[in-house]
Write a protein that binds this ligand. Structure first.
Ligand code: C5P
Length: 238
């Protein structure tokens, strides 16, 4: 998953997912399956996407008591996905339990799925964090705190905005993965994302993987848009 452009498959049904993936028959993709698709279609969606040869980031953002997360992760590891995630707010013991579950569910000789932490959702404002979560200080400091906690618990990285990548790498390590959504083409519609960057800006700033949804899924020509964004992410001049 490192260095990947991950396409967010934000579709409600298997049929729409199949229609979209038909554009990419000659491409090996990295895709993100989130709650919408997984909860409505179950583990069968994972087998289908895997059969197409694509890598999968299963974005279910687990957050529960350590034992529940451990047993859930054990099950998710058997689905043969490549990356999963948890809310860092669940605490270090919960994150360690997630890794234990993944280890125990990974077949001998196979690589355990990467596990990354969700720091603060990009939809959370600083005011909301201060007032509703009762966390003082800036959003940036809270993100860095959760990233450090995730690293100490042994997680492989975090989801964050491109604006936080440098600080996280400086304080933790360059090897700690930063997975960044909010990616748009220059001048493209921003939708509901506030802190956006182009694939090229994300590469320059040091993002380890980018997540792209609507810029590709809503494009007139999804394959060409994907190829253009991938080239710009990889630093290939067209
Ligand atoms: O369409 P768009 O490119 O904005 O989609 C971004 C994807 O990344 C969505 O699936 C969204 O849920 C996900 N995401 C995000 N911000 C986060 C975590 C995940 O936008 N902090």
């Amino acid at each position: 998953m490192k260095q990947s452009l991950i396409i967010a498959l934000d579709f409600p049904s298997l049929i729409q997912t199949k229609q979209f993936l038909q554009h990419f028959q000659s491409e090996k993709l990295a895709v993100k399956v989130g709650m919408e698709l997984f909860y409505q279609n179950g583990p069968g969606i994972i087998s289908f996407v895997k059969e197409q040869g694509h890598d999968i980031f299963l974005d279910l953002k687990l957050h529960d008591i350590p034992n529940t997360v451990k047993m859930a992760m054990r099950g998710l590891a058997t689905l043969n996905v490549d990356m999963v995630n948890v809310h860092a707010a669940g605490g270090s013991r919960m994150m360690e339990a997630a890794l234990e579950g993944l280890d125990s569910g990974t077949a001998t000789g196979k690589k355990r799925p990467l596990c990354i932490g969700v720091t603060q959702l990009t939809s959370t404002s600083q005011e909301q964090m201060n007032l509703e979560q009762n966390i003082n200080g800036t959003l940036e400091d809270a993100v860095l705190h959760y990233a450090k906690l995730s690293g100490q618990a042994g997680l492989d990285g975090v989801v964050c905005s491109t604006h936080e990548v440098r600080r996280i790498h400086e304080h933790i390590s360059d090897q700690f993965m930063t997975v960044t959504p909010g990616i748009r083409n220059e001048g493209g519609p921003t939708h509901d994302q506030h802190r956006i960057a182009t694939p090229e800006q994300a590469r320059i700033i040091g993002s380890d993987a980018i997540v792209v949804g609507r810029a590709i899924t809503s494009a007139k020509d999804p394959l060409q848009t994907y190829l253009d964004m991938k080239a710009s992410w990889e630093g290939i001049r067209c």
